[in-house]
Design a protein around this ligand. Structure first.
Ligand SMILES: [Zn+2]
Length: 131
């Protein structure tokens, strides 16, 4: 399967999913939240960063039903959504348990709650389900 890039900026995120926490990077200088994580605050430029643990609830902003091309380790189709977290950042994620994996079963504005798919000792992926 395809593994996400884990680097110095994103390690805290993946450490969080292993613990069942959805972590969102925060700026220790101005408090703004951001995702995806990066070295500098886009709002004030500060490098001092931390994170908050998000509630794990959000709203579908948009989504695609991925039918092709094949994805290693995945049975298609899968549903990939852009999710607006209640904390105000946008995150991409796979949505589980969509009946027929298709149209009508997921819609913009639908409320989702994060769950976790433990792949192995080093990787746990967020997985979204209908709230
Ligand atoms: Zn800042």
């Amino acid at each position: 399967m395809i593994r996400p890039m884990v680097n110095r900026d994103s390690a805290f995120f993946w450490e969080g999913t292993q613990k069942g926490e959805l972590r969102v990077q925060s700026c220790n200088a101005c408090g703004v939240l951001r995702h995806p994580p990066g070295p500098a605050c886009p709002s004030c430029g500060a490098l001092d960063r931390g994170y908050v643990v998000a509630s794990g609830v959000g709203t579908v902003f948009s989504y695609v039903v991925h039918r092709h091309p094949p994805v290693p380790g995945k049975e298609l189709p899968i549903v990939i959504a852009l999710i607006d977290l209640d904390e105000g950042v946008r995150m991409v994620g796979e949505v589980a348990d969509v009946p027929d994996q298709g149209e009508g079963a997921i819609e913009i504005g639908m409320r989702l709650r994060v769950d976790y798919n433990r792949v192995d000792d080093e990787l746990t992926l967020p997985l979204w389900r209908r709230a």
